[in-house]
Each structure stands twice: as C-alpha cells, then as structure tokens.
Design a protein around this ligand. Structure first.
Ligand SMILES: [Mn+2]
Length: 388
C-alpha cells in the first residue's frame, strides 16, 4: 500500500508580519502535482491544518478548496487529524458528511472512534487515527485518573485498540516523540512537565505518521516519521528541506520511505554580512522575493537600516546584530549584573553599543546625570512620604 504523508500545514500562518497564505496556496499546488504523480492509495494529513484555533476566512477557504479537490478529483481516502494548533471541535465540522466522500476527519478525541481499514492486494491495512491528545481531555473521556501526561495519554488511548492478528497497522498522531529535533515555529505542548512520548509506545505499528515537529525526520526507527511542515515557518528552519513522505508498505508490513521535496515559491533564508557589502549585493532574480533575515556584522549605529536594505531584499523581515546577539558572557549573568554599580553597568552598556570605553568627559556627564536623577528620586520619595 502506498501512503502519502504530510502534516503541519499551518494555514493562515504569519511569518513575522507577512501572511503566508499565498505561499501556502502555491505549495499546495505543488502538493497536488506530487499527489498526481505518486498516485498513492491513501493520503494522511497529521494535524496542525490551521495555525490558529480560530482560523482566518482565507485559510478556511483554502482548506475547503483542497479537500474538495481531493474528494472530487483524487477520489482516494484522506485521513485527517487535529494538531495542537487546531480547535478539535471546529476541525470536526462536517466530519460525518466528509466521511461519506472518503475524507476521514478526527478532530476531538473520542475513545469509541473506529479504525479505518483499507485494502490492497496483500490484504487489510488498519489505520488508527489519534487526534492531538490533551492529557486532561483523555483523563476525563477515559475516566482514568492515571492519565497525567502526554506519555500516559498516548499509551492509554492506543491501549483501547487491542492488537489484532493483522500485521499491517498504521498510527496517525500529533505528538512530540522523544528524540525528535525541534524548531522555533512549534508551540510547546506543555508549560513545565514533560510533553514527550516514548517511541516504543508505538511498538506494533508498521508505520507511524506523525505531525508536530516541523523538520522532516525519523525518530528511533525509519517507520516512525515526521513528514515536516508545508513551508519553513521560522528562520530557525532556513536549512530545512521540506518534503512530503511517500511510504510503501509491503505485504509483510515492511516500510520504504521516500522524501519528496516540496518547492516553495519564496525561500526563507538568512543573509550575513556588513551593511555596505549587503547594499551592493544583487540576489539572483529567482531569489529576489525570498523572505530574508539579515545578520549584520557592523558595530556602530546605522541609520534607517531596514528601508535601505529593503531596496535589495524587498521581503526583509528581521535584522539581527551578530555582536549584540552574542554579547559578552558577563552581561547575561544576572547575578553578576546585580552586584555591579550603576556606573559599571553604564560603562559596560556603552562599550557594548559604541565599542569604546567612556572618555573622561562622558564619564563626568554620566555622574552628574546620575546624581541629578538620584536627587529627584529622593525628593519624590520624601514628597510621597509627606502626602501619606
Ligand atoms: Mn505544527
């Protein structure tokens, strides 16, 4: 059986202040070309369809067009689960009617959800669709106080499906499986505590189609796989090669995975250099519209850096100073900072920004300002004391 596995579309996502909706529509056209060419038996979308639980009208329209085309032109089963960015109930909208057209959606966790079974020449393949599991929801729906974290939630939810004789079982889930590599555009699943699920929780599945981590990757074994996101959704992903996963499951349940590259209309990349050097830079025409973060090597102040750099990089979204970023170790150590005098702190700040030490005149000026400020605070304090 041939499966095309994708995830983390994040429709309606903004990269800094730039809406990615047009880029997403372009990438989905690419996706349709891949679907047509690969001709899979089934398609999996493993969560984070939308970027927000209340998706914008444009992203709902785009998703509507996509599933309509899949049902009308592709006519193969599509398996969809919710991710942590999606609203489970909203993802379930129309699920029953969609199911009749072969679009199987699982938004909210339901212990009674049945297995989707598909057949090929070698027999049946069972698909267990596990939407994003919020431990508190699983605890309540299974009435099981033992469910306290993502690990126990996934374990308990999967345990409902007792292993059958069928060797060929596929799990579809949206989770953070231990050992996976994170990116900046993923929203953490918990604040404090562990959000991770051990890979061996999925033992017994011949393929695990995962969503959540945005870098395409396998975890623990080749058949436990994140398809990765549709596009690069942060500059931390500049080096990613986005793809969809084409998975072939043979008669014995052995998997063969191929990553099919997903080309973006505009790349997301980091450009490093000195300001003057970058102004003289001429990107190749195809890369002119890329989303760019500039890392400046310059030390001194630069006037109007953004608008001048935008003449070269029209889609410049962020500027970072490499020097300021790295800082001096002592500036980031809060305990050391607390022990320093105001004068010492200002001297360090001046050196950080200007790259030179305070001269005698600047030093005197600081002292007179600091004294004046102190007197003012003092005067204010005693005024307030009198008023009280
Ligand atoms: Mn995601």
């Amino acid at each position: 059986m041939r499966i095309l596995h994708t995830a983390d579309w994040h429709l309606g996502k903004y990269l800094h202040h730039a809406s990615m909706l047009e880029e997403q529509a372009y990438a989905l056209e690419e996706f349709f070309r891949i679907v047509e060419h690969a001709n899979p038996d089934v398609l999996i979308i493993a969560g984070d369809i939308f970027d927000r639980s209340l998706p914008c009208a444009g992203s709902v329209k785009l998703f509507n067009e996509v599933i309509t085309r899949l049902a009308r032109d592709f006519r193969k089963p599509v398996l969809i689960i919710s991710g942590n960015h999606d609203s489970p109930e909203r993802i379930d909208y129309g699920a029953h009617i969609f199911g009749i057209s072969g679009i199987h959606v699982r938004g909210a966790y339901c212990p009674r959800a049945e297995i989707i079974s598909l057949e090929d020449r070698a027999g049946k393949v069972d698909f267990i669709l596990m939407p994003y599991l919020e431990p508190a929801v699983v605890r309540q729906r299974l009435d099981s106080p033992d469910v306290q974290c993502h690990q126990t939630a996934m374990h308990s939810a999967l345990a409902r499906f007792s292993p059958r004789k069928n060797l060929r079982r596929v799990a579809v889930a949206h989770a953070f499986v231990s050992g996976g590599i994170e990116s900046e555009s993923e929203r953490p699943l918990t604040v404090g505590g562990s959000s991770q699920v051990m890979a061996d929780t999925f033992a017994g599945f011949c393929y695990v189609a995962l969503g959540h981590l945005h870098r395409p990757q396998c975890v623990a074994r080749e058949a436990v796989r994140y398809a990765g996101s549709l596009l690069k959704y942060s500059f931390s992903e500049a080096d990613h090669k986005k793809s969809v996963s084409l998975v072939e499951i043979d008669a014995e349940g052995k998997c063969f995975v191929e990553a099919i590259p997903l080309a973006a209309r505009r790349d997301v990349r980091i450009v490093t250099g000195h300001f003057d050097e970058l102004l003289r830079h001429t990107p190749p025409p195809a890369a002119k519209e890329d989303y760019v973060m500039v890392e400046l090597k310059d030390d001194g102040p630069i006037l109007d850096a953004v608008s001048r750099l935008r003449e070269v990089f029209p889609n410049l979204l962020q500027i970072q100073r490499i020097r300021t970023q790295r800082g001096s170790g002592s500036m980031t150590d809060s305990r050391k900072i607390a022990l320093r005098s105001e004068k010492e702190l200002f001297e360090a700040f001046w050196k950080e920004v200007q790259g030179t030490d305070l001269n005698r005149e600047e030093s005197r000026l600081f002292e007179s300002c600091a004294t004046a400020q102190e007197l003012e605070i003092h005067a204010k304090g005693s005024d307030e004391a009198t008023a009280n």
